[in-house]
Design a protein around this ligand. Structure first.
Ligand SMILES: Nc1nc2c(c(=O)[nH]1)N[C@H]1C(S)=C(S)[C@@H](COP(=O)(O)O)O[C@H]1N2
Ligand SMILES: [Mo]
Length: 553
């Protein structure tokens, strides 16, 4: 009877299977975090969730007990709890499958919730803990099955193995090699206090479990090592004090409308969309950073970090948008940038008369093609070092990136920039141009509805409709709103910071009961009216009007 066999197998080996599986999964999860979403290390996110949830007395007690080592103590505590739960999962899986897998899955759910509730959560934040749980469940399946492999390579008829056609009866060919090798005195069984152990090949099982745990440990170490560079650069970044700007970006009164739920005028760095081809943000040490301007120039110019910081730096406010932003999408943000005009550096290099493009290159090989004329005119096209009063965050290009008002990011906003080659559009192509996108990417006139939000409960009567509109370096002269098929009605415009930034708008709607569609349309300062013609994001940005369906009761 299976029951008897279980009792004889005891709980030590199943618990070891659980612990090895969880070590394996956790290690893979840490590696996945290092690659995919560095702020989402499963350990760290669960730790910070616990810190958030802990009542004040627990925090005080922890600090009293462990002092400044309180965070290390927390991580050790999490590890101990994890080991205990892992052992339990192994025993559960051995006796009542698949409850061990369910338990590990539940750990994964805790990890995912913790990751997604962090303030710095990225879009991939859910992935590392999810991957950890999947790896842990798979390892547990394999290891618990090993517990049923008797000496001689046969699977015992235990609950987990029965019901799997073939598994219970077929000899395991994979064990062939080992089976023919001499078995030194059946070591595992001989040292076991209960040589019978249900006939498990104990030594072989421990090999598998130890192997899984070792792979997990190596993966975790690998992830840790991968982040060594970024940890060092993060530490350097924290010591930097940016110089004062020669000007201060001025925000006119009336730029921010007082509407609940409207996009804030400035996007906090942690909320700023991030788009790039880098799996992990490149770690660039500013002391080794330099930018080279070359190509069709009279004189090559190279500038190092200290030299750049010594130049008169200016603050400017620019709304950055991604060409992949769908109508109504969120791949757009506004920040105060601190930097030095690229125009001035180009003046030193003296581009040749035939040149019409600057190919900027990032340390990781990404390139963007920016019209030379845009970098030479009087707009705030800058080599930026600061974003909203801080050094650039690593994901936004630390230490130096480009910001160019009026162009989509893919043709202008090179992060971790190290090289500007003055060239021609017919002589060189950039990263996304080689992948089917347009070589030039001026931002298209567009507008978005932020409130009412999707699914918001609305009562008939006055309802505020509000959002943002933008046409960088052209400006917005009007925004109109249409409800259902009614007439276009002018919205109130907030005061624009400059033509380079988005502008908020608001429309007071006297809503009747029923289902309605609200539509928004912007007009540029040059008289262009936003087109209703729908176009996808490829090859040079989406067009069409943003609309929102609401139901009013
Ligand atoms: N090095 C590098 N810079 C890059 C990119 C990239 O993939 N690599 N993507 C560009 C694109 S497509 C956009 S929209 C902006 C986004 O900048 P953000 O991530 O700071 O919002 O960066 C641009 N700069
Ligand atoms: Mo982009």
């Amino acid at each position: 009877m299976p029951q008897t066999r279980h009792r004889r197998r005891g709980w030590v080996l199943p618990a070891a299977a659980g612990v090895a599986s969880v070590v394996f999964g956790a290690g893979i999860g840490e590696l996945a975090a290092a690659i995919l979403a560095p702020p989402s290390s499963p350990f760290v996110v669960v730790g910070s969730l616990l810190i958030d949830l802990a009542p004040p007395w627990a925090k005080d007690a922890a600090i009293a007990l462990f002092g400044t080592a309180d965070k290390a103590a927390l991580l050790v505590g999490i590890a101990l709890v994890l080991i205990a739960v892992a052992g339990a999962a192994g025993v559960l899986e051995d006796r009542w499958p698949p409850f061990g897998q369910v338990l590990i899955g539940a750990l994964g759910v805790v990890g995912v919730v913790a990751a997604l509730t962090r303030a710095n959560a990225t879009m991939l934040a859910f992935a590392p803990p999810a991957i950890a749980a999947i790896a842990g469940v798979l390892a547990l399946q394999v290891l618990v099955r090993r517990l049923r492999v008797r000496e001689g390579g046969r699977v015992a008829d235990a609950p987990g193995a029965s019901g799997r056609p073939g598994a219970a009866t077929s000899p395991r060919p994979a064990e062939g090699g080992a089976a023919t090798s001499p078995r030194p005195a059946e070591g595992g069984a001989a040292t076991s206090p209960r040589p019978a152990e249900g006939g498990i090949d104990r030594r072989r099982f421990l090999g598998w479990a130890g192997g899984a745990a070792a792979i997990g440990a190596l993966a975790a170490l690998g992830g840790y090592a991968m982040q060594a560079g970024s940890r060092a650069v993060t530490a350097i970044r924290e010591t930097i004090t940016l110089p004062r700007p020669t000007n201060t970006a001025t925000i006119p009164a009336g730029a921010q409308l007082d509407v609940d739920g409207i996009t804030p005028l400035f996007t906090p760095n942690a909320r700023f969309y991030r788009i790039d081809t880098a799996l992990a943000a490149p770690a660039v040490d500013p002391s080794s950073w330099s930018l080279r301007i070359h190509g069709m120039v009279e004189r090559e110019v190279t500038i190092a970090w200290e030299e750049l910081l010594a130049l008169p730096l200016e603050e400017s406010t620019t709304t950055l948008a991604c060409v992949s932003n769908e109508v109504g999408g969120g791949l757009i943000g506004n920040a105060v940038w601190l930097g030095y005009p690229i125009r001035e550096l180009l003046r030193r290099a003296r581009p040749g008369a035939d040149a019409d493009m600057v190919l900027s290159r990032s340390v990781d090989g990404f390139t963007a093609s920016t019209p030379l004329s845009v970098l030479e005119d009087d707009r705030n096209a800058i080599l930026a070092v600061g974003m909203n009063g801080e050094p650039l965050p690593a994901e936004h290009g630390f230490p130096v990136r480009m910001v160019v008002p009026g162009l989509y990011g893919y043709v202008s906003a090179t992060k971790w920039v190290v090289d500007l080659e003055v060239t021609r559009f017919d002589a060189a192509t950039a990263y996304w141009t080689d992948r089917g996108w347009s070589a030039r990417g001026p931002v298209k006139l567009s507008s978005r509805i932020d409130v009412p939000r999707v699914g918001q409960a609305l009562a008939s009567g006055p309802i505020t409709v509000a959002g943002v509109a933008w046409h960088q370096h052209v400006g917005i002269s009007a925004v109109d709103v249409q409800v259902d098929d009614g007439p276009w009605q002018p919205a109130e415009l907030a005061t624009a910071i400059s033509t380079d930034t988005w502008v908020q708008w608001r429309y007071e709607w006297d809503a009747a009961r029923g289902n309605h569609t609200i539509r928004v349309r912007a007009t540029g300062a040059d008289g262009e009216v936003q087109t209703s013609k729908r176009q996808g994001v490829v090859p040079d940005g989406a067009t069409g009007l943003h609309e929102r369906s609401v139901s009013v009761s």
